[in-house]
Design a protein around this ligand. Sequence first.
Ligand code: FEO
Length: 399
Amino acid sequence: MFNSVSITDQIYWVGINDRRTALFENLWPLDHGVAYNSYLIVDEKIALVDTVDAGQTSEYLGKIKKIIGSDRKIDYLIVNHMEPDHSGTMQAIVELYPDIKIVGNPKTFDMIQNFYGITENHYSVKEGDILDLGQHKLKFYMTPMVHWPETMMAYEETNHILFSGDAFGSFGALDGGIFNDEVDMHFFEEEMRRYYSNIVGKYGATVQAALKKLSSLEIRTICSTHGPIWRNDIATIVSLYDQWSKYEAEEGVVIVYGTMYGNTGKMAETIGRTLSEEGIKNIKIYDASKTHASFILRDIWKYKGLIIGSCAYNTAMFPPVQNLTDKLIHVGLKNRILGIFGTYSWNGGGVSNLMKFAEQIKLPVVTEPVEAKCAACGNDIDGCMEMAKQMAKKLREQA
Ligand code: FEO
């Protein structure tokens, strides 16, 4: 988007959309792009809140200059988060405005030095400090591990705006609309949950600590570094973050499987059909070879039931299933009901390693695993149906 957009008569969105990068962090698919949001507060003093990825520096600087002209300088760069999708243009900003004061905390400055070699004009803030820009005053809250150690937030007290860094952010470029009431929020809620589960999900406890810290603030607008700006319905987004960071989930089941020749896949279909006959409406079946783990994680974060199947592959789990289970261990998934199935082939390794995964992640298994020799037959099909019935029963009990 070429334009900057006014949030108030003195605060502007000067972010950029990235529709070229294929993988966020070179890891997570960006099928619909991503926005790097940056904000400019023009008062007696001028403050820039975070910068953007280095890919579109000239467009970004052009937006800023269009607002403040060439005569005025930016006084402060607020660095809420140092990941390079937000600090990538810091060097260009410092070159353009050499007297700019960089506002952060001691952990921020360590990173600034180590990423960019910038050692001067540091303006250190701590919990509760206030930066006075004139009419606007920014109060700082330290929110470590949401999702890096230096992360902090800035609360603008006049208009009650929270500059939240990655928190409350979303994948997805801003296709014209930038406010939550201007965009398709069904799309963005899915992309927010994908962003949360992929990027922030490991840090549920520290997200909870941050939410607690912010709970006394009157927040009318949330300006995250990704996705839409929330200028109403704040309770909804805060409640979603609360739910996700407590690993709370709703009734439904994700069935994900790895299969070479379709036999484990057929077992998944049986489980899905039986769940439906048992009255479960939210059922998502994924072939782990076909769908990137990013999207499967997004749905695992939504639903209470998780049934994982794997064929045996050289006495191990099928690699895409191994990849997914490694990610689940990494993010420390909690509060789910697990089912396990698969095929043994000539030496096993799929189901046995899935059971080791269940032990490691400490999730209860709904029934004994179902392991077919090669193609599932009589007892195996019955076992799949029984697993689905027991899963549905547990979900109903916990509804
Ligand atoms: Fe959007 Fe953690 O960077």
